[in-house]
Design a protein around this ligand. Structure first.
Ligand code: NAG
Ligand code: NAG
Ligand code: NAG
Length: 437
C-alpha cells in the first residue's frame, strides 16, 4: 500500500515537473537518453568520492560527495547560490509529500533568498554523514535545473537537462567535514528522491544505477539506467555481475543492506557469531554498504576471527610473511619483501563474503584487501569497528574500488562483480571521450 501511494506521488511529481519543464527547455524532451553518466573522483585528503553536476541558471559546476545512505541530495545555499530557476517547494505540494518533509515554515525577515522563503517545506532529517551534524531547522526543499551527460554505455554523449531536480538547500553550517571544493552531498540512498531515482523517473530509465569507484588519480564512474557499461570497446561489465537481494531494514530504510551469511578466509570457514550477521528488531546488525567509510569495518569479534585466520594462513605458509609494526589506521601489517607477488599484487588469502548460498560470494582479493601503507608495510585494509557498532559489517570504499556494483531499485537486488582487475578491467577504463556531435 505504501509503495502504491509512493508511485502515485512520484507520477504526480513527474507530471508536475515536466509541465513546468517545457517552459524552460523545449528541446531537451526531444532526445531520449539510453542512460546517464557521471565521473567520480577520490579526494586525496578525506578519501571521499566526489562527482560533478551542472546546476542552476546560469549554470555552474557543483562538486558533491557521493553517499549511499543519503535519501535526497543537499547543496549548500549560501549567498553564492544564485539561480533564476531556483524554486522553493511550497508547503503541501507533491515534492514536499514525496520527500516526506516534516515542517512548513516562512523564513524571515525578507528579502527571501534560496534556503529562506515563504511557506516552504523543510526536511529535518538533513544530515552531514561525515560529522553527523543535523541543523536544527533542517533545510528548505527546492528544485533547480541540473545538466548531466547521457551515454550509450561506451562514451558520454550530449548533455541532457532535468529542469526540476529536487534537493535540499542546506545551511552553510553543514559544510564542515566535506572534502575541499565540495558543496554538498549527492544522495544515492535507497529512496524515491535519490539522485538516480529522480533521473530515472525524469528520463524514463530503468530504476537502476551502477557505481564503479577508482583509486586515487583515476576517474571512476556512476551510470544511471541499465547497461551496457562498457569498460573497453565491446566489453560490457554487466556480464560479470552476480546478484544478491538488497535486504530491507525498516529502521534504516535509506541504506543498502545485503545478507552476508558467513565469511571465508582462503576458502576456509571462519567461525562467527551468526546473530551479528542478521538485522535485529531495532535495525541493528547486518551488512551495509557505505562509501563514506574509506575501509571496511567489522564488529570486534568478527574482526578478530577474520584477522586471526588471515594472519595464521599467511604466517604458516611455505613462505611465511613477516609482521611489521602497524601503520595507522591499520593493525595487521607485513614486510613487503616477505610476500610473494603476481601481476596483480601480493599473494594473500581471499576473503569471501558468503551471500544467499555457498555458491554466491563476494570475493575480496588482494587488490581490495591490501593497502601499501608505507614503503615498509603492506597492511590489511580492514578495521575493527568496535564491540557494539550499529552495523556489524560496513563495506567501505577501498573494498569497492575497481568493482562494479549495480543497485537495482526496482528488483531490490545488488549486482556485484568482485574485482574487475581479474578480468583485466578497471573502473577508469570507461572512455570519457565524448562522442556528442
Ligand atoms: C562452511 O559453512 C557453511 C555455512 O555457512 C556450511 O554450509 C559449509 O558446509 C561449511 N564448510 C566447511 C568446509 O566447513
Ligand atoms: C574513446 O572514444 C573515442 C570516441 O568514440 C574514440 O575515438 C577512441 O578511440 C576511444 N578510445 C579508446 C581507447 O577506445
Ligand atoms: C560530460 O562529458 C564531457 C566529456 O567527458 C566532460 O568534459 C564534461 O565535463 C561532462 N559534463 C558533465 C556535466 O559531467
Amino acid at each position: 500500500m505504501a509503495s502504491f501511494i509512493c508511485s502515485i506521488l512520484l507520477i504526480t511529481y513527474i507530471i508536475y515537473t515536466t509541465s513546468s519543464a517545457s517552459a524552460l527547455t523545449s528541446t531537451s524532451t526531444a532526445f531520449r537518453p539510453k542512460a546517464l553518466v557521471l565521473t567520480v573522483s577520490k579526494d586525496p585528503s578525506t578519501l571521499q568520492y566526489t562527482t560533478k553536476l551542472i546546476q542552476r541558471t546560469p549554470p555552474v559546476p557543483v562538486l558533491l560527495t557521493l553517499d549511499l545512505s543519503t535519501p535526497i541530495s543537499w547543496v549548500l545555499c549560501g549567498n553564492r547560490y544564485v539561480s533564476t530557476t531556483y524554486r522553493p517547494a511550497s508547503c503541501g505540494s507533491p515534492p514536499c509529500i514525496l520527500a516526506n518533509t516534516e515542517r512548513c515554515r516562512t523564513c524571515g525577515p525578507t528579502p527571501f533568498k534560496p534556503g529562506c522563503n515563504k511557506n516552504t517545506c523543510r526536511t529535518l532529517s538533513l544530515n552531514n554523514p561525515f560529522t553527523n551534524v543535523s541543523p536544527r531547522r533542517g533545510g528548505e526543499l527546492a528544485t533547480d535545473v541540473i545538466r548531466i551527460n547521457s551515454t550509450d554505455g561506451s562514451n558520454p554523449g550530449q548533455l541532457v537537462t532535468m529542469p526540476n531536480n529536487l534537493f535540499v538547500c542546506a545551511p552553510m553550517s553543514l559544510l564542515q567535514g566535506l572534502a575541499k571544493g565540495v558543496s554538498g552531498v549527492a544522495g544515492l540512498g535507497n529512496s524515491k528522491t535519490s539522485l538516480p531515482s529522480q533521473l530515472s523517473s525524469s528520463f524514463r530509465l530503468p530504476r537502476k544505477f551502477a557505481l564503479c569507484l577508482s583509486p586515487l588519480r583515476e576517474n571512476g564512474v556512476v551510470f544511471i539506467g541499465d547497461g551496457p557499461y562498457n569498460f573497453f570497446p565491446g566489453v560490457d561489465a554487466t556480464t560479470l555481475l552476480s546478484y544478491t537481494p538488497i535486504i530491507a531494514n525498516s529502521a534504516r530504510p535509506n541504506n543498502f543492506f545485503i545478507g552476508v551469511q558467513g565469511i571465508k578466509v582462503g576458502n576456509k570457514n571462519v567461525t562467527l557469531n551468526n546473530f551479528l550477521l542478521s538485522i535485529n528488531r531495532r535495525g541493528n546488525g547486518g551488512t551495509m554498504l557505505s562509501v563514506n567509510h574509506p575501509y571496511t569495518l567489522l564488529q570486534s569479534s568478527i574482526y578478530k576471527a577474520v584477522t586471526a585466520a588471515f594472519d595464521g594462513q599467511l604466517r604458516n605458509s611455505s613462505f611465511p610473511a613477516k609482521r611489521v609494526p602497524p601503520v595507522k589506521p591499520f593493525t595487521l601489517c607485513y614486510d613487503p619483501t616477505s610476500l610473494s607477488y603476481t601481476r596483480i599484487g601480493p599473494v594473500v588469502p581471499d576473503i569471501d563474503l558468503v551471500l544467499q548460498s555457498e555458491k554466491v560470494f563476494w570475493r575480496i582479493a588482494a587488490t581490495n584487501s591490501m593497502v601499501r601503507a608505507s614503503d615498509n608495510a603492506y597492511c590489511l585494509g580492514i578495521l575493527d569497528g568496535g564491540k557494539n557498532p550499529r552495523t556489524s559489517i560496513l563495506i567501505g570504499g577501498f573494498q569497492i574500488e575497481d568493482n562494479l556494483l549495480q543497485f537495482d531499485l526496482a528488483k531490490s537486488r545488488l549486482g556485484f562483480s568482485s574485482s574487475l582487475i581479474y578480468d583485466r578491467l578497471r573502473c577508469s577504463f570507461f572512455n570519457f571521450t565524448s562522442n556528442a556531435l
